[in-house]
Design a protein around this ligand. Structure first.
Ligand code: NAD
Length: 376
């Protein structure tokens, strides 16, 4: 993987292109009438919700910080980081005040700070629960990256903390705002190709060197937790339901010295109500990024399916052409409207918990020799 620059950077050319395309999707209400809501909320000159990024690693640096150039409603208010020098660099580069740099230990000080509305948790999976609960205790709304946590029990603690503090919790499911995936929702709902009954997908990448992603306590598991979760999300969208049963198996490791705590490759089948099935896989030893859904009257195939930009989609009726959109900016603006209006986020903690429930069943089935696990 290429090391990104220290500062969050995005070339002016990419920025202008994505802005234009993003505006087109906002204008077409591709994200549920967001454009109209943003226009209404900003017309009185109300303060723009402030977002604090927690964890300044690759995703924050490469995607989320640059996304604030595309947001129409929220703004970057500050950061929570273990590296104060990095925080200072970000504050100079991105223009938020130095007083809004907190450490993991001092983050409780955001409580009552009127400049902060939302904490965006972008730390390793195994820390999501602790960090979300801390943000909720400080009275802040939370966006937490996927996977929501390592376990369903952690998800429950996060949901309880947010409910107690009366704050909303959203999960970083950026594809909810992507026009190709929105089209998948439409096909599922309107049954253009008939009911989508045969589903399949894979999300895999070649993992090279030791990092928290293969330490079980921080990652919760291997590729399934990291990227296989995207196949679960796409399948649930195509089926418009949660799986009712799971069977799974872990494949033999080709690099057991590297993957000594987590799976290297996993395959699983999800059964949904009405006879819908999804064959899925995820690996750290190859590159794949696809999803397919088929009904009696047609099919749709995504490849790549889960990318930040450059998603490509063919259907039995021909190729789909939608503009690239700033997925992360659309998500953050939508969540900001939820915070301001009280509307519920469509990518909620409950959805994150549903997916962790599926993941737990997948691991349990694989551990029990591929036994079929019914989900109540
Ligand atoms: P990363 O390793 O690049 O960054 C993690 C950050 O957490 C670093 O700044 C690190 O300093 C900090 N951190 C705090 N405590 C730590 C600890 N005890 N050990 C290790 N790091 C610690 O990871 P990333 O790729 O930015 O991923 C962060 C989260 O974002 C993960 O949950 C990941 O699944 C998610 N993510 C989501 C997407 C998406 O498309 N939605 C993409 C990439 C990553």
């Amino acid at each position: 993987m290429k090391t990104p620059p220290d500062e969050p950077l995005q070339s002016r050319r990419t920025f202008v292109r994505t802005m234009t395309l993003g505006a087109a999707v906002l204008g077409s209400s591709g994200a549920g009438g967001l454009a109209a809501e943003v226009a209404e909320l900003t017309k009185g000159g109300e303060r723009r919700p402030g977002v604090v990024l927690m964890g300044l690693g690759l995703y924050s640096r490469g995607e989320l910080a640059p996304a604030f150039e595309h947001t129409k409603l929220c703004r970057l208010a500050g950061v929570i980081t273990g590296d104060r020098d990095k925080g200072l660099k970000w504050s100079r580069y991105l223009g938020f005040p130095e007083r809004n740099i907190w450490s993991y230990e001092s983050m409780h000080e955001i409580a009552g700070n009127p400049e902060v509305d939302i904490v965006y948790v972008v730390t390793p999976n195994g820390l999501h629960a602790e960090h979300t609960v801390k943000a909720a205790l400080a009275g802040k709304h939370v966006i937490c990256e996927k996977p929501m946590a390592n376990t369903v029990a952690e998800c429950d603690a996060m949901l309880a903390a947010c409910a107690k503090s009366n704050v909303q919790l959203s999960i970083g499911y950026r594809l909810h705002y992507d026009p190709f995936h929105i089209e998948l929702d439409r096909l599922a709902r309107e049954k253009d190709f008939g009911s989508l009954t045969r589903l399949s997908g894979e999300h895999s990448w070649t993992f090279r060197s030791r990092a928290w992603r293969i330490e079980k306590s921080l990652s919760g598991g291997g590729p399934l937790m990291d990227v296989g979760i995207y196949v679960i999300q796409a399948a649930c969208r195509a089926a418009m339901a949660q799986p009712v049963a799971i069977t799974a198996r872990v494949l033999p490791k080709t690099r057991p010295e590297l993957f000594n705590e987590v799976e290297e490759t996993i395959e699983w089948t999800m059964e949904f109500p009405g006879g819908v099935t999804c064959e899925a896989s995820s690996s750290y030893n190859r590159d794949a990024n696809n999803f397919r859904a088929e009904g009696a009257r047609g099919w749709i195939r995504f490849d790549p399916a889960y990318a930040y930009r450059g998603i490509e989609v063919e259907t039995s009726r021909g190729r789909l052409n939608y503009p690239a959109v700033p997925q992360q900016a659309l998500h953050m603006d939508d969540f900001s409207t939820c915070v301001l209006t009280g509307r519920k986020t469509p990518v909620s903690g409950l959805m994150g918990r549903d997916h962790l429930r599926v993941i737990e069943a997948i691991y349990k089935s694989a551990a029990e020799g591929g036994r079929r696990m019914a989900l109540a």
